[in-house]
Design a binder for this molecule. Structure first.
Ligand SMILES: [Zn+2]
Length: 246
């Protein structure tokens, strides 16, 4: 994979992304960020990247924009105690699947199936499903083929569905990142889902709000335009903000 060449978001790009993506569905926010991470790729191609591949590039973008260390927070499902934990973008990237093959053959229940990791289009088609089961069925009908004979969604037994959904997860480990946690108050152990899209989007939102406040302060204090303020380096902007506040 080529996440290494991903460039971080500039302050101007951060504000642009935030403005374009505010209030939109996380699937759209993810694709918007991906366009900035991979400007050389056509949008159609980005929509067909598996979720794991998408998230690997978002982790690389987050690392270049904010840094490697992720400080996350979860609540114990048993006693509601708050728990802070740390992750690293590089550590999560190390679990990414390296194969770019689209279809892979897996054996299950004495027959072969062609499966591929779900992509943004698959998830978009499942958004309208009435419940989780229906959503899973929509994704499986798009991402699993019955080898030689094509298999109707209706012939899938419940067991087959669950097993094949599990195989999709194995093929694309980054598509669902589960973190093992243990509560230090009550000892409860559980797995929390870490979603880079929501996490990174919240960070960018907080960063954008702060940037706009800094532009406002410096524009009023020194008479600079937004463009002039955003062209300052982070260090220099920080110093001016300090002086304007003193
Ligand atoms: Zn607890």
């Amino acid at each position: 994979m080529m996440q290494e060449s991903v460039q971080g978001l500039s302050v101007a790009a951060t504000l642009e992304v935030w403005e374009q993506g505010a209030g939109r569905h996380p699937l759209d926010q993810a694709l918007l960020l991906l366009r900035y991470a991979c400007p050389e790729q056509p949008f159609e191609v980005l929509c067909e990247w598996t979720i794991g591949r998408r998230d690997a590039h978002l982790l690389a973008l987050r690392r270049q924009t904010i840094g490697d260390r992720i400080e996350a927070y979860a609540e114990c499902p048993a006693c509601r105690n708050g728990l802070e934990f740390e992750l690293s973008c590089a550590g999560l990237l190390a679990t990414a699947a390296t194969s770019d093959a689209v279809w892979t053959t897996v054996e299950h229940d004495g027959r072969s199936w062609d499966v591929r990791g779900p992509n943004s289009r698959d998830l978009a088609s499942a958004i309208t499903a009435a419940d989780f089961e229906q959503a899973r069925r929509i994704i499986l009908s798009r991402c699993v083929r019955g080898g030689a004979e094509d298999v109707e969604a209706a012939v899938w037994a419940q067991a087959n569905e669950a097993a094949l959904a599990g195989r999709l997860g194995e093929l694309d480990p980054l598509a669902e990142v589960l973190i093992d946690l243990r509560c230090d108050m009550c000892g409860q152990q559980w797995q929390a889902l870490f979603d880079i899209v929501t996490f990174f989007w919240n960070e960018l939102q907080a960063r954008s709000r702060r940037l706009v406040q800094e532009v406002d302060l410096l524009a009023r204090t020194y008479g600079w335009t937004e463009g002039e303020v955003l062209r300052l380096s982070e260090q220099r902007r920080g110093l001016y903000v300090e002086m304007a506040l003193s």
